[in-house]
Design a protein around this ligand. Structure first.
Ligand code: AMP
Length: 299
């Protein structure tokens, strides 16, 4: 199979109650592709400015990530600044600068157009829709978003949602989007619009998978020190979709396993700032933690 990921490649400034990091590497496509690369060779679509370090693009390639769909343009790379409170599930966006993403009009390379799985990671919903229309007949389409787009572009967002199979959101975002306070009710509202599966990420506590006829819960790894929660959602999606791409099957049991891999990848990312933990992570660490997850819930 093959997996195409469209999303942001970014510089992030992150503040937690304990530390601050300026202009570190981030972006929804960055986290997602690196997480997926432990299972498959994802293809990414995005744009960066001339200020983006070529070493990071080389690092992607060393992880067998196809970067043919990444444009390098004059101008500045997307920038995001966020602040976390003592509760790492609560974050505030302080700045979003779209920069080169502002007028990005990608034409997908031919090999991308034949993708089986497409992930529309967090980015402008109009751009998500334009990319999706270029893919010939994907077997599975998933999307994610963030409160910035829920606030600025709700109509295009609902429109894209009608064209996807899986909708990822964190708890705060899905409640904001549906204007519901109850998660199950919020999930049902999204399911009524088209997606077959809604995955609600609950930060360090795991995720809830909702379909019209089954609910499945995944725990988060018990982690005492959440260093930087940024990218947890994208890494969850990367682990989930990367595993499904490699499994080549979309059965319920594979979806459950994929969700555990998603949670495992997210649990590693939050152990350090930016993509640092993804640089040192090895496949055997992932398998060990996957087995720990199994022990955590068997009784
Ligand atoms: P996550 O923590 O998984 O929800 O995603 C965090 C990443 O999303 C950060 O690395 C940011 O660069 C990126 N990001 C934040 N806001 C936006 C936005 N409005 N559009 C696209 N990407 C964003």
């Amino acid at each position: 199979m093959s997996l195409v990921i469209v999303g942001s490649l970014a510089f992030d400034t992150i503040e937690t109650p304990f530390a601050r990091r300026e202009r570190v590497i981030g972006g929804s496509a960055t986290y997602c592709a690196l997480a997926a690369s432990f299972f498959t060779s994802p293809k990414i679509v995005g744009v960066v400015g001339r200020d983006f370090p070529p070493a990071i693009l080389r690092f992607f390639k060393s992880r067998r990530i196809d970067t043919q769909g990444v444009e390098i343009r004059p101008g500045k790379t997307f920038f995001w600044e966020g602040r976390y409170g003592y509760d790492p599930n609560m974050r505030e966006t302080l700045k979003t600068e779209l920069n080169v993403f502002q007028d990005f009009q990608p034409e997908l390379p031919p090999s991308y157009r034949r993708a089986n799985i497409v992930f529309l990671a967090n980015i402008d919903p109009d751009l998500q829709e334009r990319i999706l229309s270029q893919i010939q007949s994907p077997a599975l389409v998933a999307m994610d978003t963030i409160n910035f787009w829920i606030a600025h572009k709700p109509d295009p967002l609902w429109r894209v949602m009608g064209q996807v199979d899986i909708f990822f959101a964190n708890e705060e975002e899905i409640k904001m989007l549906t204007q519901e306070t109850n998660l199950i009710r919020a999930g049902k509202k999204v399911l009524a619009k088209g997606p077959r599966l809604v995955i609600v990420k609950k930060g360090e506590h795991g995720a809830l998978l909702l379909t019209r006829d089954f609910v499945f819960g995944v725990l988060g790894h018990p982690c005492e020190d959440v260093v930087d929660p940024t990218g947890a959602g994208d890494s969850f999606a990367g682990g989930f979709l990367g595993y499904l791409d490699r499994a080549g099957k979309l059965s319920r049991s594979e979806i459950r396993r994929a969700a555990v891999y998603g949670s495992v990848l997210a649990s590693f990312v939050i152990e350090d700032f930016s993509i640092e933990r993804l640089k040192t992570l090895r496949r055997k660490d992932i398998e060990e933690r996957f087995n720990e997850f199994r022990r955590l819930v068997s009784f």
